[in-house]
Design a binder for this molecule. Structure first.
Ligand code: 6R9
Length: 698
């Protein structure tokens, strides 16, 4: 049942959407809906914002969006300078607001925004908000893994804590441009550490605390940090994870490769583990609590150029080596702040909770920077959403009166399976806006999120974006227009998405193809650390003239965008990007594995699951123990979240005569779509396909 559906609402939106520009929201066939007839397809399933919501929204109608959108693409300099001027700049940027070369055929890819502008993002998050009277406002509510364990911090207190750490980092020799690796769970100290680095112009590289020692070592070797920040252990659900031990092995491994880290600053998380129990390397390891409190609570800001690097965040690509995505300061600041404000219709009275971990881009842009730049109150949650029970999220929502709740489809699906009663026993009255990120949200999960969690009251911002884009690219603006469950709707200000065919030719109107972006936007990444060439070949060479996202996409008759998932060798498991090549190289490092090929398969909760075809070394036979030990290798080399869901024993793999594995066939076998295998005659040995099918359920 569609609530909030009134004829007057309908007509208002239909009329106004009809004026959207080409590609953006032209509604033509609404008669069926207006007459209340059955919906022909998902594309015709519409959810209308309520008058109440729209009338108070920052962007209250399609026309308002259109005016702003058109200005943002016709006059990007004017549009973004006006917004940037709301921040503090020590010195204003130069004559040219932005500079871009998006076309490999015209030379080196280069993106610059606000070059010459001198600023500091930590100053803009904290000092600027304090100066405007928000010093006593709560910046962070921290909720621990165990219910009842919590704390909070005002903007004044947060600034003091950030300054103490910043002073310490300077004292141990961290200078502007130096890297600092942060390997922490969702403690208050994680955003504090990010902000402290930003304050002194150091480049932070947060590594998700679910990554293994080997993955951490790989990242340490790549960015050579002066300091690694961690804690001794964390509780997550009913488990304890010994982070410091993982860091110890990573530091050992990187030292063996000649990369020595001088300082390992360790926070004593005494709710998980006592100091005395922690293994210690004298001279290198320092307890956070022993040193930080001695430092002054004020710290001068290192003023940096808008184009000075802010952080590196590693992400999976289609080769085994993770890519160090580099974001710079000024454009990222303006972009995350603006997207946060509009896509969540943020108001100063909101309490905002994003369930993402700061180890991923969502935690960078929308736990730390975007919200704090807006002076928002943010909930930081250490624990697991199903601990001690599956009602925990709504318990937290009620406890802090959360009004904006931003999460991933995988969590929505997993809670949906548990039943509505775990939701309905909580009030959730404070909720106003919901958000989704990480993977496409299927319409049924969208409906459940909307009807059950949000009581059919709260618009859902299904935000499509990537580590590389820094902030939202295609997203609903709550209240501005009609939503379609499962569609990310329309581009954000300044974003010009295009859909191209295999030849890189732009397709207009209703179509599907590869999602690219035509022009730069302030939050775009500027390079891959130490490998500008890979940046150009991965993102700008597939379809010259465009940034290629790696995602497939379609645009419907009304101009709505529908993301369909990765088209490269990347699997999206619970919203985490995992390169098939990384999993394969972990598997083949097992002494009994001769060859491996990994594909993604549909998974009810995780979105995609990891399905591995494994060929064993001559003479080795398959067994359950071997299966377990193969999974173990992946857990140890990448992290538990990358563990294969299925190991399929493969006497051989389908290969072309030139030796290329035909993944298309493997995907069909993995999803048991055996009548859709297609042409197998070009295979070097077509009989392997039958052998694989025969072994499918062994
Ligand atoms: C923010 C983030 C990026 C990939 C991206 C796409 C998928 C993210 C999505 C979505 C459909 C959405 N993705 N949000 N697909 N609808 N709302 O997740 O960054 O970890 O770099 O992943 O995630 O496939 O290409 P990242």
């Amino acid at each position: 049942p569609r609530k909030n559906l009134t004829t007057s609402n309908h007509l208002r939106h239909v009329e106004s959407m009809a004026h959207l520009p080409s590609g953006a929201g032209r509604i033509t066939r609404l008669n069926a809906l207006i007459l209340g007839e059955a919906l022909a397809s998902e594309e015709d399933d519409l959810v209308f914002p309520s008058e109440d919501f729209s009338s108070q929204a920052h962007v209250s109608s399609p026309q308002k969006y259109l005016e702003m959108y058109q200005r943002s693409v016709h006059d990007p300099s004017g549009f973004w300078s006006d917004i940037a001027s709301e921040f503090y700049w020590r010195e204003k940027w130069g004559q040219q607001v932005y500079h871009e070369n998006f076309d490999v055929r015209k030379g080196k890819i280069k993106i610059e925004w606000f070059k010459g502008g001198i600023t500091n993002i930590c100053y803009n998050c904290l000092d600027r908000n304090i100066e405007s009277g928000k010093g006593d406002k709560t910046a962070i509510y921290w909720e621990g893994n165990e219910p009842g364990l919590d704390s909070s911090m005002t903007y004044n207190q947060l600034l003091a804590r950030v300054c103490q750490l910043a002073n310490y980092l300077k004292d141990v020799g961290v200078h502007k441009g130096d890297a600092v690796v942060i390997y922490l769970s969702m403690l208050m100290e994680l955003p504090i550490a990010m902000l402290a680095c930003a304050r002194i112009g150091a480049i932070h590289s947060v590594v998700f605390a679910g990554f293994s020692a080997e993955s951490l070592a790989q990242r340490i070797i790549d960015c050579r940090p002066k300091v690694v920040i961690t804690c001794n252990a964390v509780r997550r659900g009913s488990k304890i994870i010994y982070l410091k031990e993982i860091v110890d092995s990573a530091l050992l491994e990187s030292a063996q490769k000649g990369i020595v880290t001088d300082v390992c600053l360790t926070y004593e998380n005494d709710s998980a583990m006592k100091k005395e129990m922690t293994k210690w390397t004298k001279g290198r390891d320092i307890w956070w609590q022993d040193v930080i409190l001695k430092y002054p609570v004020t710290c001068d800001v290192e003023w940096v150029d808008a184009e000075d690097p802010l952080f590196l965040l590693y992400t999976s690509g289609s080769t085994g080596k993770p890519k160090g995505v580099l974001h710079t300061t000024g454009g990222y600041m303006v972009y995350t702040a603006t997207t946060f404000k509009y896509a969540f219709d943020y108001k100063p009275t909101d309490i905002y909770w994003c369930t993402a971990d700061c180890g991923w881009i969502t935690g960078h842009s929308y736990v730390t920077y975007g919200p704090l730049l807006n002076g928002a109150t943010v909930v930081v949650f250490e624990g697991a959403p199903n601990y001690p029970d599956v009602g925990r999220c709504w318990d937290i929502v009620d406890k802090y009166k959360v009004s904006i709740f931003y999460t991933a489809p995988t969590l929505v699906r997993s809670l949906m399976r548990e039943g509505d009663e775990h939701v309905s026993r909580y009030s959730r009255k404070s909720l106003r806006v919901l958000g989704s990120v990480g993977e496409p949200i299927n319409p049924s999960a969208w409906r459940w999120f909307f009807n059950v969690i949000g009581d059919a009251r709260c618009p859902i911002s299904d935000t499509w974006w990537q580590t590389e884009t820094g902030g939202f690219m295609i997203t609903p603006l709550p209240g501005a227009w009609t939503q379609k469950p499962g569609s990310a709707t329309f581009p954000f200000f300044g974003v010009q998405p295009v859909i191209v065919d295999e030849k890189g030719v732009e397709i207009e109107g209703e179509c599907s193809g590869y999602l690219c972006v035509k022009r730069s936007w302030p939050g775009a990444f500027r390079t891959l650390h130490g490998d500008h060439e890979r940046y150009e070949t991965t993102y700008f060479s597939a379809f010259p003239g465009y940034y290629f996202s790696g995602d497939g996409c379609s645009r419907d008759k009304d101009g709505y965008y529908w993301l369909t998932g990765r088209v490269d060798d990347v699997i999206n498991v619970s919203g985490h990007r995992i390169g098939t090549a990384e999993v394969e190289s972990a598997l083949v490092s097992h002494p009994q594995c001769a060859e491996a090929a990994v594909v993604g398969v549909e998974h009810e909760v995780k979105g995609q699951g990891i399905y591995a075809f494994v060929t064993l070394v001559e003479g080795v036979s398959c067994s359950d123990d071997l299966r377990k030990s193969l999974v173990m290798v992946v857990r140890n080399q990448i992290g538990a979240f990358a563990a294969p869901d299925k190991i399929h024993w493969a006497p051989g793999l389908p290969k072309t005569r030139s030796g290329k594995i035909m993944r298309r066939i493997l995907r069909k076998i993995a999803s048991r779509q055996l009548d859709e295998l297609g042409d197998t005659s070009t295979l070097a040995d077509p009989t392997v396909v039958d052998q694989l099918i025969a072994l499918a359920d062994r």
